[in-house]
Structure formats: C-alpha cells, structure tokens
Design a protein around this ligand. Structure first.
Ligand SMILES: Cc1cc2nc3c(=O)[nH]c(=O)nc-3n(C[C@H](O)[C@H](O)[C@H](O)COP(=O)(O)OP(=O)(O)OC[C@H]3O[C@@H](n4cnc5c(N)ncnc54)[C@H](O)[C@@H]3O)c2cc1C
Length: 560
C-alpha cells in the first residue's frame, strides 16, 4: 500500500495525456471561461515524454512530405460527429483517408495459400462455407448474419416494440434495443460473437469471415450485442473514411495548446503510481517524475486510462483491485486486444509497378492487412511507405517472436532516427534544410527477422518470388501490447451489462465520489477516438456540470 502525504493541490488532476485526458482538461477550462468562473487549477500528468497516447504520427519527410506513419489511430468516419465538429472548431481541414477509398483491381486477397483480387468472391471455395455464404464477400456475409439474428421472431418483436423498425439505424437505436435482443433464448450480451457467428453459419464460414475481414479481434469472442452494433455501424461497405493531413497526433497536440492557453498545465514524464482518498473524500495522488516521488491532492481526479493502465496502479485502501472483487470485475469488464503495425519505407514505390497506387490488401498470413501510401502533400517524390502489416490478436504473437531484446529496444528509437536521416539525405527527401524529427516514443527499429518475415509474406501476398520484393530502406514497428496499454483497443466482455458498467466506471468508487474513469476503453465506440471523446463528454456533463458549448453537434447522441 502507498502512504500519502498532502502537498500540491488541484481542482482537477487528470492522469493520461491521450486524447481523452486532454479533451477533459480543455473542456473543463473552456466551460469555466464561458461561464465567467475563476480558472480552475487543471493539470494533466502523462507518463510518456510526449502526449498523444494512442495517437502518434511520424512525418519523417516533414509536414509537406505527405507520408504519415500513423502508429495508432489513423482514420475516422464522417458520421462521428463529436470528433468532426471538434476538428472544425480547432481549425482542422479533413481529407479522405485514401487507402480505404482505393479499390483498384490489383489489391490482393490471399487466403489459404492462394491469392486473388481483393474484391473477388471465389475464396469462399477454399472454405467449407455454408451454402448461403458461397461466393460472397466477408462484409456481405457479416451483414446477412446480423440481419438473421435481428430477424428471429423474438428479436423482431423487440425491435418493433422499442424502435418500430426491423433494424436499428444508429447508435441511439442500438442502445435502445441491444439489452433486449436474444439468441436461442439467451441475452445477446451474454453470447460471445465468435460463438454466435459460428452458430448462425458454421465454423468454416466463421474462419472465412475472420481471415477475409482483416481483423481477428472484431470477430473474436467479445460481447455479441456490442460486436453486432460495431460491425453494423462502423465496418460496413460505403462508409466515408477521413484523416488529417497533419497526422492524427495533431489533434491531441492542438487540444493541449488550447488547454495551456486557458491556464491548464501538462506535465509529461510523470507517472501516477497510485492514489488514495482522504477522510474529506479528496483523492491524493502519488506521482513519480524521474527519481523523485511526490504527493498531490485534487478535488477531482480523472483517470483517462485504459484497463491495463488502471491495473498497473499500486493498490491502496481506496483503489484496491486485487482486494476489491466488485471494483476488479468492473475494471476487467473489457479486454485489451493486442495490435501491431510494421512500417517499411522504400525509395521507390515498387507496388505501383504491380498496378497498385493506394488501398489495402488482406491475407491470412501474420501480416494480415497491408496499406500502400504515396505522398499526398505539396512536395512530390518517388518514396513510399508500406504499412506492411496491420495486425491484431493472435497474429501479433508471430511478431513477438521477432522483437528486439530489451537492450536493443532501449536504443531502437535512436537507431531508427539515424537510419531515417541517412535515407532522407541519400534520396534528398523533404528538402535540403529538412531534419528528420525524432520518432514517436512508441516506434522502434524493426529487426532483421521482422523485415525478412514481412518480405517473404509480401511476396506471397503479391504472387511474386521473394527477390521481386526490394529490401526496405527503413523498417520500424509499433507494438501496442506492452504496458501501459495492454493492447490497441478494448472490447466489452461476454456477460457484461454494458449500460450499468459504463455508468459505474464514470465513478468507480461509488456515487458521489471524486474519481472518474474516461476514455476509449469503457466507451460505446471502442477502438475509436469518437469513443474516447463521447465517454469523456458524458462524464463531464453528468459529473462536472460542464455544459455543451456552441460548437457542439446539435442533438448528437453521446451514448451511455
Ligand atoms: C493500432 C491502433 C489503431 C487504431 N486505429 C484507430 C482509427 O483508425 N481510428 C480511431 O478513431 N481510433 C483508432 N484507434 C483508437 C484510438 O487511438 C484510441 O481510441 C484513442 O487514442 C484512445 O485515447 P484515450 O485517451 O482513451 O487513451 P490513450 O491514448 O491510451 O491515453 C492514455 C494515456 O495515459 C498514459 N498513462 C498510462 N498510465 C499512466 C500513469 N500511470 N500515469 C500517467 N500517465 C499514464 C499513457 O501513456 C497514455 O498517453 C487505434 C488504436 C490503435 C492502437
């Protein structure tokens, strides 16, 4: 247990300098300013040497070089209204996320050892899929499964009674019905999505869906009611994906600038070791900066942290995860999903010779999804970036066997910086005066083994001998599995009453207490920035009395 003294004081202490923590601080300060209240003392503590959390961008060719390595979040949807209006308020211009709007005929789908065009339906022949899934794309099979589950007699009655239609059209309608939906007499939230898919079709159809969809975690055994909503609303064909030309990291950076202008402060390099609650109900935080430890007291504490970060806090009388079963069950109501990205930079965009300009290929090899990037900024050049692998869940394990040692990892960021500088100089990328910025904290030099395995899989994906795939000039990886993240995104577990858990996590120590958990992990849109923002906004309105500002999307449903 930690022993707590009483030194610094804050109105609001926020732990976690990801987008949710920064947004919380900025909104509290902006609300006070709008209402003519005194400036509250708001400080954000971030353990990393840089803010942004799971939004980290590297622009090695400079801001005009037009090739962004997005280590975490890279795109958003035009129907994610809180994020979209926030971006407009902060002065960002959005642009199309090209890889998901490119469906050229040469993008690849490699399943069970045979490659075809991404849009082909023939791979179902390589699986013993159910007859209804034959010759169909994975997204269409998924859509049919969702329709079938919603179409049972019991569910049709629920839908008619609660929303007056056959299928929920948006998040508000899904929230209205999902607790009442069933499958074979069991509440849908108590069924695993993997089990449901397998049940509705068959295990081989499930395998096809899993392989062809590109993400294992989405079709994993998470809460089926949540999974159906997520897949129905966020992963169906025809959605409009956007990104920021500056890179997604510009969002947390800009919020932080606004926050400091309003009198808030951000303290990178400071870790919350644990917190307790005093007799007056106020939280006291044990903070570690380098070798020194100090204690600070706050009127309110916002933990803008995912599950794994919460689990790493030292147990105290107030927050005792090992000893308090109810609290532990609440925090562990979600599961983090491993996520991994491997980036390969080339002087020459070799894939264009294979007829691929932009887009995404998919395979059942550990690389899973491959994204092709060309410069889209004002400076044109011949270099390109391949996000050779964007993979999750069990595929990440394959890369773990090829990871650098602890010692290599310690110097990996500097070596990557040097390697990229040499590459940029050699090919005169980014202009004469350009100096390559230091890589984000979460990026490290790829090992020889990673590059070799990736090259071999890329050759199979593109149906060419290995020596047709050139050696990458620079390789780097971002693995979101290690602490303090535990995974790239979190999903609600089977058997969790999500509505109740979302309400409780906003005040995990009980009604009227001064500790709050916000962010993506316990949101209604997990794996999205929009989820991090909406969960935070609901907490601020409900527990801090923060009012909606003028720029807020009118009538927008924020969820539970
Ligand atoms: C690979 C990947 C792909 C993604 N793709 C997309 C996408 O395309 N679109 C999209 O919208 N979203 C995407 N996401 C999700 C999106 O990035 C997250 O939803 C969002 O960034 C989460 O923000 P957050 O503030 O909730 O948490 P985080 O960003 O995780 O912030 C938590 C912060 O807390 C800090 N911290 C942890 N413990 C402590 C401690 N003890 N003391 C002090 N600080 C601490 C961490 O260092 C971190 O900065 C993706 C995520 C990943 C990893």
């Amino acid at each position: 247990m930690l022993s707590m003294g009483d030194q610094e004081k804050h109105d609001v202490a926020i732990v976690g300098g990801g987008v949710s923590g920064l947004y919380a601080g900025w909104r509290i300060l902006a609300d006070a300013r709008t209402r003519g209240k005194p400036v509250p003392r708001v400080t954000i503590y971030e353990l990393g040497d840089r803010i942004g959390g799971r939004l980290q961008t590297w622009l090695p060719f400079g801001p005009d070089g037009g090739i962004r390595a997005e280590l975490g979040g890279m795109r958003f949807l035009d129907n994610q209204q809180l994020l979209c209006t926030l971006l407009a308020e902060l002065g960002f211009a959005r642009q199309d996320f090209l890889p998901l709007h490119g469906h050229g005929p040469n993008l690849r789908l490699l399943l069970r050892g045979r490659g075809t065009a991404l849009t082909t339906t023939t791979p179902t022949k390589r699986y013993k899929v159910s007859s209804s899934a034959r010759d169909k794309q994975a997204a269409d099979v998924l859509a049919e499964v969702i329709t079938e589950v919603l179409g049972t007699e019991e569910n049709r009655l629920v839908l008619k009674a609660l929303i007056g239609k056959d299928c929920p059209a948006d998040r508000r309608e899904w929230d209205a019905v999902k607790a009442e939906l069933t499958w074979h007499g069991r509440p849908l939230w108590d069924v695993g999505f993997w089990n449901l898919l397998s049940d509705v079709r068959n295990p081989e159809t499930y395998q096809y869906l899993c392989d062809a969809f590109g993400y294992y975690s989405l079709a994993g055994n998470w809460n089926a009611a949540e999974a159906m909503e997520a897949l129905h609303l966020d992963f169906t064909p025809g959605l409009h994906y956007l990104t920021l030309a500056e890179g997604m990291q510009a969002l947390p950076d800009t919020i932080a600038e606004h926050l400091t202008r309003l009198g808030g402060s951000v303290e990178p390099g400071t870790r919350l070791a644990g917190f307790d609650v005093g007799a007056d109900g106020r939280p006291s935080l044990k903070l570690v900066t380098g070798p020194s430890t100090r204690t600070t007291v706050a009127d309110q504490l916002i933990l803008a942290l995912p599950r794994r970060s919460l689990e790493l806090l030292a147990p105290t009388a107030a927050f005792d995860l090992p000893g308090d079963d109810g609290l532990r069950r609440l925090v562990q109501a979600v599961t983090p999903n491993p996520a991994f990205k491997l980036f390969l930079w080339y002087a020459d965009r070799w894939w264009e010779r294979r007829g691929i300009t932009q887009g995404r290929s998919v395979s059942d090899l550990p690389i899973r999804q491959t994204y092709y990037f060309a410069p889209d900024g004002p400076v044109r050049h011949s270099a390109g970036l391949l996000m050779a692998s964007y993979d999750d869940a069990r595929a990440v394990d394959s890369w773990h066997g090829l990871c650098p040692t602890e010692r290599e990892l310690a110097t990996g960021r500097d070596e990557l910086h040097t390697a990229m500088r040499n590459f940029v100089q050699r090919h005169q990328l980014g202009g004469a005066a350009h100096d390559v910025p230091r890589p984000p904290p979460h990026l490290s030099l790829a090992t020889e083994g990673m590059r070799r395995h990736a090259t071999s899989q890329l050759a199979r994906l593109h149906g060419v001998p290995e020596d047709h795939i050139p050696d990458a000039d620079v390789g780097a990886f971002a693995d979101w599995t290690p602490d303090p993240y535990g995974g790239g995104w979190n999903f609600w577990n089977v058997g969790v009453d999500v509505r109740t858990s979302m309400a409780r996590i906003k005040q995990p120590l009980g009604p009227g207490t001064r500790v709050h958990v916000v962010g993506e992990a316990y949101s209604g849109l997990q794996g999205w920035i929009e989820g991090a923002l909406t969960a935070t906004e609901v907490t601020l309105q409900r527990h801090f009395g923060v009012r909606q500002p003028d720029w807020f999307p009118t009538g927008y449903y924020l969820g539970w």
